[in-house]
Design a protein around this ligand. Structure first.
Ligand SMILES: CC(C)(COP(=O)(O)OP(=O)(O)OC[C@H]1O[C@@H](n2cnc3c(N)ncnc32)[C@H](O)[C@@H]1OP(=O)(O)O)[C@@H](O)C(=O)NCCC(=O)NCCS
Length: 146
């Protein structure tokens, strides 16, 4: 889906980003919500709106991850009405191009099949299972693309 564009967010976008995150929350997708947490995310991450034909379809964000001398993708959300159209994969491909030739790490819930399939398709490999990784009582798997 080459009609996707990534548009950089600013802290002023926190409410819109919050709405997207809040709408995505489920048993297998948790998000840090609230103005303080969202503004911190927007400061710490290179965060982008995913847009398609000038419509905002989701968000993606990454930051440096010194431990692997690479990057950590901390957020990928496609809003419910736009799922399954290739937007998530296209946005990941653009982010990976922006990141360039560096290792990339992410975590996801072991029951998050759509995300895991997407990441596997893009060359990520499962590296570890972590119980209670974010202190929310839920496990996560760590995936890395070398
Ligand atoms: C995960 C998510 C971003 C996928 O976005 P999307 O735009 O719907 O995904 P795409 O249409 O680009 O699909 C790309 C690939 O992902 C996989 N995939 C997508 N939806 C899937 C589903 N429901 N079941 C299984 N695999 C799925 C497929 O491998 C698909 O490739 P294919 O179309 O060639 O079969 C989206 O479901 C989402 O926002 N989920 C809620 C938030 C979340 O869990 N984010 C990830 C946190 S780690």
């Amino acid at each position: 889906m080459n009609t996707i564009k990534l548009q950089r967010t600013t802290e002023n976008d926190w409410q819109l980003v919050s709405d997207i995150k809040e709408a995505a929350v489920s048993d297998i997708f948790h998000a840090n919500l609230g103005e303080v947490a969202i503004k911190k995310y927007l400061r710490d991450f290179e965060s982008y709106f995913i847009t398609h034909e000038n419509k905002m379809v989701g968000i993606i964000g990454y930051r440096p991850e010194p431990e692997i001398n690479g990057y950590y993708i901390g957020e990928l959300i496609v809003s419910q009405e736009y799922k399954g159209k290739g937007f998530g994969k296209a946005a990941m491909q653009i982010a990976l191009e922006l990141i360039g030739n560096h290792p990339v790490k992410l975590t996801t819930h072991p029951e998050n099949s759509p995300a895991i399939c997407l990441y596997l398709k893009l060359g990520f490999k499962i590296k570890a299972w972590k119980d209670n990784y974010y202190n929310d009582g839920e496990p996560r798997i760590v995936m890395i693309k070398e």
